[in-house]
Design a binder for this molecule. Structure first.
Ligand SMILES: *Cc1c(COP(=O)(O)O)cnc(C)c1O
Length: 389
């Protein structure tokens, strides 16, 4: 859309990427469920040749991703990990990557088990401390990969402070923005070069699609990523692209409710004597609160807590005793989820690293949905009272 920078983020989100269909006027982009496009003569076509390379439904979604992240180029992939894999494929043996210490489990697994053996060198550092990142930089450093807030500890990294280290050195800064969503944080505005999403989570928002995205604001950074998307083929499909275009139209409304519910539940947990510790960046005593307040518009619906006594059996019973909070991996959908990271999402993280980070036996993660907060609190109350002693 023209002049979209002057519009509010709700307006931008509703209209992002979508123009009335040229052939019919359909307000919603059709699902172009086609593999190929008929040419009038050899090389004479309407700009569409083959659906791995281009598809109009995917193109509308990719434009929407760029729009809502304050970028210029968007790419949609078969999964979040396919998007991350695409960034890593731009590297060559000997190149070094500085990565956050509390990454999504699958990201750390991809780095350690697929790219480290190919000769890419990874330094896992606490990106909350820019000085530690600076100390790990050398002339082979090509990429910094970070999440803020992190999964599941809700650690906050000052994106602008890291960008101040990477920009003058020509190092790429990539931010996995899955937990915040562009409604709460737009890393390109803080100096990041690449934004990545597991679209599976908040952007899709309805727990019915697995998809990934990369967004940049620089054609020179986009070009090799786009080439790898086409060469390797891990594209988002037309029907999935349609579902996410539909999901995006309510992203701003959903995130408002996720934040409002998250705020109520975080405070309720903090006041609960059967809860030992609550991780939520909206608390003033959260170590990243000041940075989060500066670079985010609100604090989101992801919360983690440790039950009193930090007992494994009680925590496992708790996550199986809630009725509205479904016991499941993933996050960011309209329905609330609960899980036990040490046994589920972060089981692939070595036990000693989990212990160092604080992902202990009694550690529980919530993805707070958009239901009524009172019902969610009543559900947590009955489950905690029945299982934590
Ligand atoms: C889920 C997730 C991923 C991986 O995305 P998939 O869509 O599952 O491949 C990466 N980063 C974060 C923060 C995630 O939550």
């Amino acid at each position: 859309m023209n002049d979209s920078k002057n519009l509010g983020k709700g307006t931008r989100t509703v209209h992002a990427g979508v123009e009335p269909d040229a052939s019919t006027g359909a307000i919603m982009t059709p699902i172009f469920q086609t593999s190929t496009y008929v040419q009038e003569a050899v090389g004479v076509h309407k700009g569409w040749e083959y659906s791995r390379c281009h598809n109009p439904t995917r193109a509308a979604l990719e434009a929407a991703f760029a729009e809502i992240e304050s970028g210029t180029h968007g790419l949609a992939f078969a999964s979040g990990l396919a998007a991350i894999d695409t960034v890593l494929k731009t590297l060559k043996p000997g190149d070094e990557v500085i990565a956050g210490q509390d990454l999504y489990g699958g990201t750390a697994r991809l780095f350690r088990t697929n790219y480290a053996p190919m000769g890419i060198v990874f330094h896992f550092v606490d990106t909350q401390e820019p000085a530690l990142v600076e100390a790990a930089i050398n002339d082979k450093t090509r990429l910094i990969w970070l999440e803020s807030p992190t999964n599941p500890l809700m650690q906050i990294t000052d994106i602008a402070a890291i960008a101040a280290l990477t920009k003058p050195r020509g190092i790429l800064l990539a931010v996995d923005n899955t937990f915040a969503s562009p409604m709460l944080q737009r890393p390109l505005e803080h100096g990041a070069d690449i934004v990545m999403h597991s679209v599976t989570k908040y952007l899709g928002g309805h727990s019915d699609v697995v998809m990934g995205a990369l967004i940049t604001a620089d054609a020179a950074i986009d070009e090799p990523l786009r080439t790898i998307q086409n060469n390797c083929g891990a594209i988002a499909q037309p029907f999935d692209s349609f579902l996410v275009l539909r999901g995006l139209k309510t992203l701003h409304l959903r995130i408002e409710r996720h934040c409002a519910n998250g705020r109520k539940i975080a405070h309720w947990l903090k006041a609960n004597p059967r809860v030992a510790k609550v991780y939520w960046p909206g608390f003033e005593d959260h170590p990243g609160h000041d940075v989060a307040k500066r670079q985010m518009d609100d604090f989101g619906g992801m919360i983690a807590f440790v039950i009193k006594g930090d007992n494994l059996e009680q925590a496992k019973k708790l996550v199986a005793t809630t009725r509205l909070f479904a016991l499941a991996e993933s996050l960011g959908g309209v329905e609330s989820l609960i899980e036990h990271p040490a046994a589920m999402t972060h089981a692939s993280v070595p036990a000693e690293i989990r212990a160092e980070l604080g992902i202990s036996d009694g550690f529980v993660r919530l993805s707070v949905g958009v239901e009524d907060a009172e019902d969610l609190i009543a559900d947590l109350d009955q489950a905690i009272n029945a299982t934590v002693h």
